[in-house]
Design a protein. Structure first.
Lengths: 245, 364
């Protein structure tokens, strides 16, 4: 089974100044596994997934992504970033580029894909998230939900083997949340390895193989959705669940 | 609850006093007692300045003739400008070699027009030609070599010299400024420190001092016999001076970029230079276009300071011909002419900046 291990985190620690934001985090993610991370704000859930593609640097412990250990070696970081797609809360599309150019930028410059081929692939993914008719518009001309779907397509164009979602629906108006979640469900059904930080418990129930609850930098509870919602063990998990359900 | 919706087909117009010319005048010029007084003072000042100037510059001006004596009317003596035109535009550049400058002007003009026309193909190529081949060609054409007769830079002057200094300063200072700005924000302490020191030293010194240093002090540090051309020394001074200012302008743009843009670029695997070149700089430079063009305009006007090291730029040569005994007493005409030409160049840059901003606007 070790060959199927996509991400391995062994007693990872991180501090922001004196603040201990990740405290002895251990996590294994296998191929096609879907993990949902939830927890109160400031619990370190975003930091955890941002460590996986080195947007944040961990200070102790070990993170291995697809057999490559994350170190300061910028080449291995860039390679891992190519394998790991990320979707942000604020979309972070490049406002000076059209939606299509947003999607082809990294394949052309990082993967060295020929332009025509990159465009073909981008249109394919844009169609999959149902905004291929917006390909030549600029991000500012799209609604929040459309922008987030474009951001997902942009990440997919690199054909990543792992997708990280950092609160992908938190900045969206309620009526747009569903269109983004639908895309994510489709992606999960296609067998993508996913780690999703979200408060959308409906999504977690439907999609997750494992739900992780974090508090104060620690993984407090890690269970299948059934167990997580029906038999939470930890007091903090219970309090959290009673607040959001 | 049933509210009847009034079906009012009659279109109501705003009161007459709030629209049209009357409305505009009331709103903008006579909205209060103090504004009315200011308006009247303004009108009086315009009345006392503009008509006399127009009669001096045009109605009573002298256009025909070749000598000072033919300036018999009260107004401006434009014959002075006309007769010294070659000096004012080209300095002491040999007359039989002027075609070299004019050819380059012509090429520049054609390329410039080509780039300004929207929706033409191969603009990138024309732009690269202007930035790479054109300067090399200019050096050969202006100073000689490769079969052309050598023209020493001490003979260069007038508007030609101004354009050379400003052109080199502007074109070279932008890339250097960008590199300095990136350097100052670098995570590598040595790079950051060196960039900061460089920027702060050049920004802390007046341009006039830089030029004096370049002209008088610099040769003292050089070994005997080594002699850099004075113009090149001035060019280097102007270039670094302008680059230091631009660096801070560009840094402002970099600072205004949301962190998410860096993260999104990194997350897709772009390396530092690609992230900067493809994502960050295109956006941040666009944000600071007005300030960049502002720096360009400033450096264009500051080129007049090269007079202090004995280079006769556009303004310098106008002052110089004004001291010619044959043409004593016509410095007014010279200064007005210089002002008009400077204004045309600076205003064009300013308009181009606005055009560029509009064209590149893709929303945020």
């Amino acid at each position: 089974m070790t060959t199927d291990l996509m991400i391995e985190m062994n007693s990872v620690h991180k501090w922001f100044g004196d603040l201990h934001v990740l405290n002895d985090v251990n996590l294994q993610v296998s191929k096609s596994e879907k993990i949902v991370i939830c927890g109160p704000s400031g619990s370190g859930k975003s930091t955890l997934i941002r460590c996986i593609n080195r947007l944040e640097e961990h200070q102790r412990g070990q993170i291995i992504v697809e057999g490559t250990e994350l170190t300061n070696d910028s080449r291995s970081i860039e390679r891992i970033r190519g394998e790991v797609g990320m979707v942000f809360q604020q979309f972070n599309l490049f406002p000076h580029l059209s939606i299509l150019d947003n999607c082809t930028l990294a394949p052309i410059w990082v993967r060295k894909t020929p332009k025509a081929q990159a465009i073909d692939k981008a249109m394919q993914y844009l169609k999959r998230v149902q905004i291929d008719d917006q390909a030549f518009k600029y991000p500012s001309q799209l609604s929040g939900g459309q922008q987030q779907r474009a951001a997902i397509a942009r990440a997919l164009c690199m054909e990543p083997r792992i997708m990280l979602f950092d609160e992908p629906t938190s900045a969206l108006d309620p009526e747009m949340i569903k269109e983004v979640l639908d895309v994510m469900v489709g992606l999960a059904e296609g067998g993508m390895t996913m780690i999703v930080v979200t408060h959308e418990m409906g999504f977690a129930k439907e999609v997750a193989d494992k739900i992780i609850f974090m508090d104060e930098g620690q993984i407090v509870e890690a269970k299948s959705p059934d167990d997580f919602f029906n038999n939470p063990e930890n007091e903090r998990t219970k309090t959290f669940l009673s607040q959001i359900l | 609850m049933n509210t009847e919706i009034k079906n009012n087909t009659e279109v109501m117009k705003p009161p007459i006093a709030s629209i049209g010319l009357v409305g505009w005048l009331r709103k903008n010029l006579f909205s209060s007692v103090s504004n009315t007084i200011l308006t009247l003072i303004g009108i009086y000042l315009l009345y006392s300045i503009i008509p006399p100037f127009i009669s001096w510059a045009f109605i009573d001006a002298n256009f025909v003739g070749t000598t000072k004596q033919e300036c018999s009317k009260d107004g401006a003596c434009w014959i002075f400008i006309k007769e010294n035109l070659k000096l004012i535009f080209y300095g002491l550049y040999p007359s039989e070699e002027l075609w070299r400058i004019n050819t380059m002007y012509f090429i520049l003009l054609i390329c410039g027009i080509y780039i300004l026309i929207p929706n033409l193909k191969y603009k990138g190529w024309v732009g690269s030609f202007l930035l790479i081949l054109f300067p090399i060609l200019s050096v050969v054409m202006f100073s000689g070599g490769m079969g052309l007769e050598t023209v020493e830079t001490r003979l260069w002057g007038g508007l030609f010299l101004t354009l050379v200094i400003a052109g080199v300063g502007i074109v070279l200072s932008l890339p250097i400024g960008v590199m300095l700005a990136l350097g100052r924000r670098s995570k590598l302490p040595v790079v950051s420190l060196l960039s900061t020191i460089f920027i702060e030293i050049w920004r802390g010194v007046p341009l006039i001092t830089v030029l004096f240093m370049a002209s008088n002090m610099f040769p003292l540090f050089m070994p005997e016999g080594v002699n850099f051309d004075k113009l090149i020394r001035a060019l280097i001074g102007v270039m670094f001076f302008s680059a230091a200012y631009l660096a801070e302008v560009v840094r402002g743009g970099l600072q205004a970029m949301p962190k998410g843009q860096y993260e999104a670029a990194q997350a897709t695997g772009l390396s530092y230079w690609r992230m900067m070149g493809l994502v960050i700089l295109p956006q941040s430079l666009k944000m600071v276009i007005p300030a960049i063009i502002g720096s360009f305009i400033a450096i264009f006007k500051d080129t007049t300071l090269v007079l202090v090291i004995g280079l006769f730029d556009f303004l310098g040569i106008i002052q110089f011909v004004g001291t010619n005994p044959e043409w004593l007493g016509f410095s007014h005409e010279g200064y007005v002419f210089a002002a008009v030409i400077f204004w045309i160049f600076c205003f064009s840059m300013s308009r181009y900046s606005q055009r560029l901003e509009k064209k590149l606007d893709t929303g945020r």
